[in-house]
Design a binder for this molecule. Structure first.
Ligand code: AMP
Ligand code: MG
Length: 684
C-alpha cells in the first residue's frame, strides 16, 4: 500500500508572521511518525493566518486539485477567541460531516481537562480527503490527533474510494486488529476506559422530558450540497456573523486596486476619478487680459497726469485672430473684457470713468476720450498671464472626482487637458434570482406566488446614480429550480457581460432553494468571504470572489459577487452599505471606500432599537432653521417594504440595544441623497 499523503495546516496569525514561533508542526510530525509510521507520509506543513478565506484556500489546494491529500489536519483557531474561525472556515467545505471523529477527540480531551469544552472541533470529508480540526496548543493538538490517528488510515482509504467490501472482508475485528484498536480503546489512547451503553441518564422531573436540543450546531448534520435535497440542507447557518465594520473591511481588502486609463474630456467623464495629479499644459489667461470694458492706459508716474483727454489709438476686442499694436505714451486703447492689452499698457480704466471728448468725422468712432479719474494703480483691471491658472501648476489631484457641478470639467478644459488621466470604472451587472420573481413587463395579473421584480430596477437606478461605473448592466432574472440555471447565468454574467462586480438579489437565506452560496462555493469554485452580517435588515448578505478565466488572454482572475438579500429594503440598504464602498475603491476615489457620508442628526420622533442587531432605519433628513439636521422616519420598516425607502434620503444607524431613542436625541445617519431644505423641499 502506498503511503497516505498528509498535510498539516497551522492556523495562527502569530506563526504566519513568524514561522519560528510554531511548535505544533513538529509535534504533529512526531505524532505521525510515532503512531502511524508506515501508513502516512511525513506531513507537509503549511502556515496560514486566522483568516477564513486563506484557511479555505489552503484546504482547497489539497482537496480540489490534482495534488490531492488523503488527510488534512488543521491546528489552531478552534476556541472562542474573536479570531478563532477555523471551524467556520472548514464546515462549509465539508461534503460530509464526521461527528464520530469529533466525539472521539472531545472525549479524549475531556479525560485530560474540562477545558475541552472550549474546543469547537469539526471533522469530515471533502471530495476524497478527510479533514480534522485540532486545537492550537501543541499538547492538545497531539492528544486529539492520537485520539483518532489509528483509525484514520482506514477512513482515508475509504474516502479515497477504496472498495469497502474488500476492506471489510476480514470483518470488524480484523479492521480493529489492523488499526491496533479495540472496542474498549477506540482511540488507542493511553487513558483507555470502558465505555458501556447500559448507563442511563437521570431524567428527573417525574420522568417528563423537557424539549431541548440534543445537538450543538457543530454536530448538526448539515451540508451545503443542494443535490442532497431539503432534508440535508444546513439547519443553522454555518457562516460566522460579521459586524458591519468587519464586513466592509473584508470587502475593501478583496476589492481590486483601480486601473489608470485615459478618458477624453467629454461630458460622460462626470463621475470618473483622477488617476494622477494634473498639471496645466496652458496658462490661463495666456496673455495679459482686461477684466473690464474700458481703455488700456500707461499709468504715468505723476498720477495727476492720468486725468485728461487722450487719442484712442487702437481697439482691442476679445477675439482670436490678432493682437493690438503697441501703445505709445499719451495714447489710450479701447478694450473689451477678456481682450489682450496692447504692449506697453499697464492698467485699464473702466468705461464708466470716461466720457467721449471728440468723434471721427462720420461720428461713428471715438477720436478722443476724457479720463475722469486719477485713482488707478498700475496693474489695475488686468489679469496677468497665468494668474488664474499658472502654467504647470496642479489643477486637479489624484483621487479627486469629476463632479456634475462642472468645476472640474471647466478647469480641465480651460487648461487645455484633452485627455484626462482617470481610473477605469468598474462594470457592474445586476441579476435577480427566484422562481417567483416576475419582470415588470409581464402582462396581466400576477398568478399564484408571483411577485414583481422590484430589486433589479431599483438597484440599477441606485448604482447608475452613483456614477462610479462604466456600465451597469441589467442581467435579468435567474430561476432557482431548473438545475444548473443559476450557475449558468452567473458564469454568463462573467464571461459574456464581462462584469467586474456581479450583484444578485435573493437566494441567500436558509431555504432549500437558496442556492447562491452553494453554487458559488461548490459549482464555481468561489470563496464566500462572508455569508452573514449582524445588521437589520440585511443579515444574509453574502460576499464572494469567483475565479474567472478571461477570454482574451486566458489569464485567471477573480471577480466579486455581492449576494444581496431578496427582500427589497434589505437589498437597497445592503447595496448602500457594502457595494458602494467597493465601487468607490475600485474607481479610485481618494478616500478609498468610505461609503455613505455620515452625519449627526436629531430625531424628530422616538424610534425603537433592536437588541440583537444594529438597525438601519430609513429616514428623511432635512435642515432646520437653527442649523440642525432633523430625521423623520419613513414609517414601517419591515424588510420587505420597499416603500420605506421611497422618500428616504438617509439611513439612521440605530445602535444595537434594548428600548428606544427618544425624540430630540441625537443619532448618526448615513446620507444616501441630498439633505432637504427648511420647507422639506427636495434640494433640486
Ligand atoms: P430569498 O432571499 O430568495 O429567500 O428572498 C427573500 C424575499 O425577497 C422573498 O419574499 C422574495 O420573494 C423576495 N424577493 C426576492 N427577489 C426579489 C426581487 N427581485 N424583487 C422583489 N422581491 C424579491
Ligand atoms: Mg428566492
Amino acid at each position: 500500500m502506498s503511503l497516505l499523503r498528509t498535510v498539516v495546516i497551522i492556523v495562527s496569525d502569530t506563526a504566519a508572521a513568524d514561522p519560528t514561533t510554531d511548535r505544533s508542526g513538529d509535534v504533529l510530525k512526531q505524532a505521525f511518525a510515532a503512531d502511524a509510521a508506515g501508513k502516512f507520509e511525513e506531513p507537509s506543513v503549511e502556515i496560514v493566518p486566522d483568516d477564513i478565506s486563506q484557511i479555505q484556500r489552503a484546504i482547497r489546494r489539497w482537496t480540489d486539485g490534482e495534488n490531492r491529500a488523503n488527510l488534512i489536519v488543521t491546528t489552531g483557531g478552534t476556541g472562542f477567541a474573536v479570531k478563532d474561525f477555523t471551524p467556520e472556515a472548514v464546515s462549509p467545505l465539508l461534503d460530509r460531516e464526521a461527528p464520530g471523529l469529533v466525539h472521539a477527540m472531545l472525549r479524549t480531551s475531556f479525560e485530560v481537562t474540562p477545558f475541552a469544552m472550549m474546543s469547537r472541533p469539526v471533522a469530515g470529508v471533502r471530495r476524497k480527503t478527510i479533514i480534522i480540526t485540532l486545537p492550537g496548543s501543541p499538547k492538545g493538538a497531539k492528544e486529539n490527533l492520537q485520539a483518532v490517528l489509528k483509525l484514520l488510515p482506514h477512513a482515508c482509504m475509504q474516502a479515497a474510494g477504496e472498495d469497502s467490501r474488500t476492506a471489510h472482508a476480514g470483518g470488524v475485528k480484523k479492521l480493529e486488529r489492523d488499526a491496533g484498536v479495540s472496542a474498549t480503546s477506540a482511540g488507542g489512547h493511553s487513558h483507555s476506559h470502558s465505555h458501556t451503553h447500559d448507563h442511563h441518564h437521570d431524567h428527573s422531573h417525574g420522568g417528563h422530558k423537557a424539549p431541548k436540543p440534543r445537538t450543538d450546531p457543530s454536530q448538526r448534520p448539515q451540508s451545503n450540497d443542494p443535490a442532497l435535497g431539503a432534508t440535508a440542507r444546513a439547519r443553522s447557518s454555518p457562516y460566522p456573523m460579521l459586524t458591519v465594520t468587519d464586513a466592509v473591511s473584508t470587502i475593501l481588502s478583496k476589492s481590486p486596486a483601480p486601473i489608470p486609463v485615459s478618458h477624453p474630456l467629454t461630458p460622460d467623464i462626470v463621475g470618473a476619478v483622477i488617476s494622477s495629479d494634473i498639471a496645466a499644459s496652458e496658462a490661463v489667461p495666456a496673455y495679459r487680459a482686461s477684466i473690464v470694458d474700458g481703455y488700456a492706459v500707461i499709468v504715468p508716474s505723476d498720477k495727476t497726469k492720468l486725468k485728461g483727454t487722450f487719442p484712442v489709438a487702437s481697439v482691442s476686442h476679445a477675439q482670436a485672430s490678432s493682437m493690438p499694436p503697441p501703445l505709445q505714451e499719451g495714447q489710450i486703447a479701447r478694450i473689451t473684457t477678456g481682450a489682450p492689452l496692447p504692449e506697453g499698457a499697464d492698467a485699464v480704466v473702466m468705461v464708466e470713468d470716461t466720457v467721449v471728448a471728440s468723434t471721427t468725422e462720420d461720428r461713428k468712432e471715438e477720436a478722443t476720450v476724457e479720463i475722469l479719474t486719477d485713482a488707478l494703480e498700475k496693474g489695475e483691471n488686468v489679469r496677468e498671464p497665468g494668474s488664474d491658472i499658472s502654467l504647470g501648476s496642479v489643477i486637479l489631484r489624484k483621487g479627486q472626482r469629476i463632479s456634475a457641478i462642472g468645476g472640474e470639467v471647466g478647469v480641465l478644459a480651460a487648461a487645455g487637458i484633452k485627455d484626462v488621466p482617470t481610473y477605469r470604472r468598474p462594470r457592474v451587472g445586476v441579476m435577480s434570482t427566484g422562481d417567483e420573481v416576475t419582470d415588470i413587463s409581464f402582462p396581466g395579473e400576477l398568478q399564484g406566488g408571483m411577485i414583481r421584480d422590484s430589486n433589479r430596477p431599483s438597484l440599477l437606478s441606485l448604482i447608475r446614480g452613483w456614477g462610479l461605473c462604466e456600465e451597469v448592466l441589467d442581467l435579468g432574472v435567474a430561476r432557482d429550480t431548473p438545475e444548473g440555471e443559476l450557475e449558468r447565468r452567473l458564469r454568463d454574467a462573467l464571461r459574456t457581460a464581462d462584469v467586474d462586480v456581479l450583484v444578485t438579489t435573493g437566494g441567500v437565506s436558509m431555504g432549500e432553494l437558496d442556492l447562491l452560496k452553494p453554487t458559488v462555493e461548490r459549482a464555481m469554485g468561489g470563496t464566500v468571504h462572508f455569508g452573514r452580517v449582524s445588521m437589520k435588515p440585511g443579515k444574509p448578505t453574502t460576499f464572494a470572489s469567483v475565479p474567472f478565466k478571461g477570454t482574451a488572454d486566458g489569464a485567471r482572475s477573480e471577480r466579486l459577487l455581492f449576494g444581496l438579500p431578496g427582500n427589497p429594503a434589505s437589498a437597497i440598504v445592503t447595496a448602500n452599505l457594502f457595494l458602494l464602498p467597493c465601487l468607490q475603491k475600485m474607481s479610485g476615489l481618494q478616500e478609498g471606500g468610505r461609503g455613505l457620508e455620515r452625519v449627526l442628526v436629531t430625531l424628530a420622533e422616538k424610534v425603537r432599537c433592536d437588541k440583537a442587531r444594529v438597525e438601519y432605519h430609513r429616514v428623511v433628513v432635512s435642515g432646520a432653521r437653527d442649523g440642525a439636521l432633523v430625521a423623520r422616519s419613513t414609517g414601517m420598516q419591515r424588510s420587505s417594504r420597499v416603500g420605506s425607502l421611497a422618500s428616504a434620503n438617509a439611513l439612521l444607524e440605530l445602535p444595537q440595544r434594548e428600548g428606544v431613542l427618544e425624540a430630540g436625541e441625537k443619532c448618526e445617519a448615513l446620507m444616501m441623497g441630498p439633505v432637504l431644505g427648511f420647507g422639506g423641499q427636495t434640494a433640486l
